[in-house]
Design a protein around this ligand. Sequence first.
Ligand SMILES: C[S@@+](CC[C@H](N)C(=O)[O-])C[C@H]1O[C@@H](n2cnc3c(N)ncnc32)[C@H](O)[C@@H]1O
Length: 328
Amino acid sequence: MRFRATQLVPRRAKERLRGVVRREVALAQPPSETIVEVREVIEQVRALDPDQVLAAPYVAAVTVVPEPEATDQAFPRFAPQLDQATEFPVPPKHLWTVAEQFLESGQRDAERMLDVTRRAGLELDAGTRVLDLGCGPARVLRWLPPSIDGWGVDLNAERIAWCQAFLSPPFRFATCGTYPHLPFGDATFDLVYAGSVFTHIAELADSWLLELLRLTVPGGLLYLTVHDQSSIEFCRSIDPSSHTRALTGFAQPDATEQRFRQWSDRLGTDLDGFTIGRGYYAQVFYDRDSIVRHWARYAEVVDVVPEAFAWHQTAVLLRRRADDADWR
Ligand SMILES: C[S@@+](CC[C@H](N)C(=O)[O-])C[C@H]1O[C@@H](n2cnc3c(N)ncnc32)[C@H](O)[C@@H]1O
């Protein structure tokens, strides 16, 4: 899929420009050097190749949109593809986040998550506030009880458009960017989960964790999945040309395969983690003990469950400490 970077001009620069323009207009003076300077920055940013911008480590905000080359933006109307076996329709294949078994894998991952959160004392019932970060086409969210107050957000606008068309109500959806800020108030959700999302957040991962903690009620839960030694072992055990391996992207061309082996051999010794690739398609791997130790700095670690989520990912269950409300 091709994509386009939007909102490339940092807000502060825009505000500064607007402020200067207003002042200049008010004083009826010619454009100052500051305006020229800010305009130059905007021109430079506009001239960048979106793929390069996505790969840049500290990009401000990017949303993946369906029709990048078009001058205007059309919001697609999806034709229903009803599946008799389920209440909700199945999304078109190009929106899937798995190569096969879209329904079965989603149900399995949802049930495993519910087992883990139940063990930690959270029962999802009417009104429980739940956020799915990086929900994709709601492969997992669709299996949660429809009576919850469930939200899904993703930076892939086409997936969100599909979810809005077919799964809302009962759930609600919004697009977000790569910048770690979501449009919800402090302490909004009882459960926040991100299935196979920290597996792609190569930069600003700590800030995303802090943002998710901000949104979680004190005492509430976060269920986050990561690639670690389990995914690596699985990846190494299968044929490099297999479909799954191609899908997960961590070993396609020989050069990538080689890098993957070199990095993963060092995991847990001199490396806490590594990424294969950068930007939207980055695959992020952590040493399990290191990431658990690291996240324990920010929240209570309640459970660590290997092989809990698609593609042999480990789930880490965190609880926002009840006494950290001063953060807000
Ligand atoms: C591998 S898919 C997993 C989707 C879904 N959670 C599932 O289990 O099927 C990763 C999803 O996370 C989204 N994503 C990646 N980084 C994100 C970010 N920083 N914020 C929101 N969504 C993100 C991608 O657009 C993609 O839909």
